[in-house]
Unconditional design. Sequence first.
Length: 278
Amino acid sequence: MSNASVTKIYRYPVKSMMGEALREADIGEAGIAGDRGWAVRDEKRGGIRGGKKIPQLMTLAAQSGPAAPLITAPDGDSASASSEGINEWLSDKLNHPVTLWPLLPAHQLDHYRRGAPDTQDFEQELRAVFGRLPDEPLPDLTGFEELLEFESPPGTYFDAFSISIMSQQSLTTMNQLDGDSLFDVRRFRPNLLMDIPDSDHPFPEQAWVGKTLSIGNVKLKIDSTCPRCSMTTHGFDNLPQDARVMRKLVANSEGNLGIYASVLQAGKVSDGASVSLI
């Protein structure tokens, strides 16, 4: 992987909303500065919610601002996350009662605890969240047990780990397997998109699990493959709703695409930066 490099850097200021591309980013223990710093709470069912439960969130876009993100709705209307009336504005745009919250301290566990499920059938609930049909296997959630109780690791609004990574080669593999569904990077919301041209693996980043990645002075521990959920099938922006995306993922990559990482050493990452295993 001598020629591997970072090709895109993405930040998502509000959980499950569209984000922004960056030329460079500071990475600390909590991931990219300003990433998933805000999230909505479901005032009908309780709990912090993302696009799995409120798909309309994915139609809004958030950009970092001086004090708080600026949120823009599909109709072009916009509001600051810190503005008076933001909860009513968001509830109207989402057609669902919500409140918008910055990160709270990790010890406030009730804030991060999952809200009421849609069904008391645990397997049915998991299948809905992960977009799996009755005859498809559920993802292996070993190492993700905390997330059965909490929407995200307390103190964060990440799904599981602070950095998500995907390669252009993985997207190409899926697009070549299925010409009818568009495997667009926007469906998968990575922080870092990479080019790994020297690998002949169809999903080259998945071979890095358990290893350490170096990007300049940043060191990342590759913790896990990324089990994909129903969010990848939702329609937003100019992408159509497409359940076939999940069918192809389950059939060809065990429902995984991309990898999760945690930060071992903080630093700065830039577009075009070289990537190496250490």
